[in-house]
Every structure is written in C-alpha cells, then in structure tokens.
Design a protein around this ligand. Structure first.
Ligand code: APR
Ligand code: ZN
Length: 359
C-alpha cells in the first residue's frame, strides 16, 4: 500500500507504494484511512521539534473504517467508522480512571509497537498512528467509534487539531461566558481554539498572528478582533482597558509567544500553552511575578479531553452548525501532494490540508 515516510530530519517525505502491515495482534484493529489532516506536529516531527524514532510513517490526525479486529477486541467491528485518537484511552490506568484519558499511562507502551513493514523491516507510525498511509494498525483503545452517518472526510480534523484547540478553550482554560480571550496563532489549532472560545460564550476573542491572511480567516471563525503581535498592547488597551485578558491561549509552540501569552493575561487570569515547543527551549519568569500576578499557567495536552465523551460532543456541535469543520479544510489533496501541503502550511496559505484517500 501507499504511505508517506519520513526517513531523516529535515528531509521531504518519501511516498512509497510498497509499504506493508504486520498481522493484527490481540487488542488491535486495522483501519482503512479515509482522510487525514496535515497538522503542524507532523512538520515538527520533520524538523526535530517533536522527537520521534526514524524512519516512520507520519500523520496522526485521521478517520477511517475498521477493516479487521484482533483477538479480544469487542467494542468495534469491521465496518465501523472511527476517529483515530493519537493518545489511547485505555480506561484502566490511573489517569483514565481519574477522568484524564488525555494523560493515559498506556500511551508509551501501547503506541510504540511498529505496525508497518518496509522491505521486511518494522517501521513505526508517528505517535503510534501513521495516518499518511492507506491503512494502519492501532490498539482498540486508540479509536473512537462514530455514527455511521458521519462523513469521515470531514471529521478527520477531530483526530488532533479540533480536539486540541476546542478542548484547550473549553476543558483546559474553562472559558466562561462573557469573558475576554486572546488566541496566539491561527492555524488549525488556533482556529479551533477561537471556535471553542466562541462556543463557550466569550464576549471578545482577539486573534493574534503574523499573517494578515490568517487574521482574515480567524474572523470567519469567531474572532471579534485581530492583530499582529506588535499591535497587541493597543488591542489589549482597547478590549480590556489595559488590564489584560481573562484567558490567553498559545497555539504556536514558540518561547516568545508563550511568554507573550502569559503577559497578555490579567492578574488572576489563565494562560494555556497548547503549542509544542522544542525540548531544549526555555521560557523565563521572574520568581516574584509568578506569585504576584496570581495567574494560572497551564499546559494543555490533547485539549485536556476525554476523547470518548468529548469527540462525540464535538460531532454534535458540528451537526448543529455550531462548530465549522468544513471551513477549516483549505485544500483536499492526494497523498502524493503531502510535501506541498507542508510547504503551504509553513507559508500560511492554508488552515488545514486534508488528504482524501478515497479520491
Ligand atoms: N507570532 C504570531 N503568530 C505566529 C508566530 C509568531 N511569532 N509564529 C507563527 N505564527 C502563526 C503562523 O502564521 C500560523 O498561522 O501561528 C500559526 C501556526 O499554525 P500552523 O502552522 O497551522 O500550526 P497548527 O497545526 O495550528 O499547530 C500549532 O499546536 O499542536 C501544536 O505542534 C502543534 O505547535 C503546533 C501548534
Ligand atoms: Zn496534531
């Protein structure tokens, strides 16, 4: 079958048509991928920001149909439509039992088995998935079954960006109706955070991005104000009277904007770091300000979402026209065009490119 492989850091993906899959093991499922979004975390794997074993099949934001189930799998069956969850939700570990499946302790052990084969050699998928492939194998714990009427070429973005961004606004930040929100970065994750803030009833939503094209898109998804980073003090003055925002969400993964996100929040407000920066990058805070500002500074893993309840909620919001997924898909492409989709993302031409495997 066809798959896009990252062989070494900073190299283009190699599209091959001779990739194979291992046998489906106990507790595992084989999924025919219908569509996969191209997320910045795939680019971050390519440039080394997110460490991953190489070579690997990239892609972690996908939806598809169950083709085959291994021994012991009883919650999904062949033919079931699913969204792939790049973090398993095993429902047995301490994190899952606490209601924090986004921190599932089985992530490491369950998502590290290489299921692809190339020239007889095992080949892993990024984050244990590898949605840039026509088919993949994941543990049953890493799929969320959806209703049969859900169009899988629309909902693949829920596999990462939408759950991450909407979840960061609703679950992690806990945005309250009538509040003021600033969102840094208007890619797929930031646009989702803006939609989450809108759904949560924020009064003002300021979108911050370097690119005017992205700011224009942000308005279509609910941003009430937009600015480039240099104009932030002026907009904060206009929107909050200079006090700072109730909430700010960083959806870029950059130490400078992480610091700016903390600074954008009022005393007692909440700053949420959604973007993924490099392991060796540092952000500086004064020991005094952390105490004095009384701010909440929180990371957000997978939108602090319990995927089995949150993904169905997102689908219901979408069905009621309250969450725009179609509008986030800037381009529908073939797997062969994935390198171009990376470039289009880095140049700010798209919110999301989506690979349609059925096309
Ligand atoms: N200031 C403001 N905006 C910036 C800056 C900056 N210094 N640097 C980048 N941006 C904007 C880009 O113009 C782009 O619109 O941030 C946006 C990032 O969007 P994408 O590249 O589409 O990334 P996305 O898929 O949304 O992921 C964002 O979340 O899950 C993580 O790993 C992911 O760290 C990444 C982040
Ligand atoms: Zn992602």
């Amino acid at each position: 079958m066809k798959a896009a492989i990252l062989r070494a850091l900073n190299q283009e993906l190699e599209i091959r048509d001779d990739v194979e899959l291992a046998d489906v093991g106990p507790g595992e499922v084989r999924v025919k991928v219908v569509s996969s979004g191209v997320c910045h975390s795939d680019v971050s794997a390519q440039n080394g920001t997110i460490p991953t074993g190489l070579p690997c099949v990239l892609g972690h934001e996908g939806a598809g149909v169950i083709e085959e189930v291994g021994p012991g799998v009883d919650e999904v069956a062949p033919g079931d439509p699913v969204i792939i969850s790049f973090t398993p939700a095993c429902r047995r570990c301490r994190a899952c039992l606490r209601g924090q499946s986004y921190l599932c302790e089985m992530a490491m052990s369950m998502m590290t088995t290489p299921h692809f084969r190339l020239g007889g050699q095992p080949l892993p998928g990024f984050t244990g998935c590898g949605t840039f492939a026509e088919e993949l194998i994941v543990p049953e714990a890493a799929v969320v079954k959806v209703d049969p009427d859900i169009p899988l070429n629309v909902v693949s973005l829920i596999g990462c960006g939408v759950t991450t961004g909407v979840g960061a606004a609703i679950n992690t930040a806990g945005i309250r109706p009538g509040s003021s929100v600033a969102v840094f970065g208007c890619g797929g994750v930031g646009i989702s955070a803006i939609q989450g803030a809108r759904i949560a009833g924020a009064a003002e939503i300021l979108a911050v991005d370097l690119l005017d094209s992205k700011l224009e898109m942000a308005r279509r998804f609910g941003a009430t104000h937009t600015c480039t980073p240099d104009a932030l003090p002026q907009l904060s003055q206009e929107i909050t009277g200079g006090e700072g925002f109730d909430y700010a969400l960083e959806c870029i993964g950059n130490p400078t904007t992480i610091r700016a996100t903390y600074d954008a929040v009022r005393r007692g407000g909440t700053a949420v770091i959604v973007g993924v920066g490099r392991l060796d990058q540092k952000v500086e805070f004064s020991a005094f300000e952390l105490f004095y500002a009384d701010k909440t500074l929180r990371g957000s893993m997978y939108g602090s979402a319990n995927v089995r309840t949150f993904m169905p909620q997102l689908l219901r919001l979408w069905k009621q026209g309250k969450l725009d997924l179609e509008g986030m898909v800037s381009r529908r492409i073939k797997l062969d065009e994935v390198n171009d989709a990376f470039r289009a993302m880095l140049e700010g031409e798209v919110i999301r490119s989506v690979i349609d495997f059925a096309a």
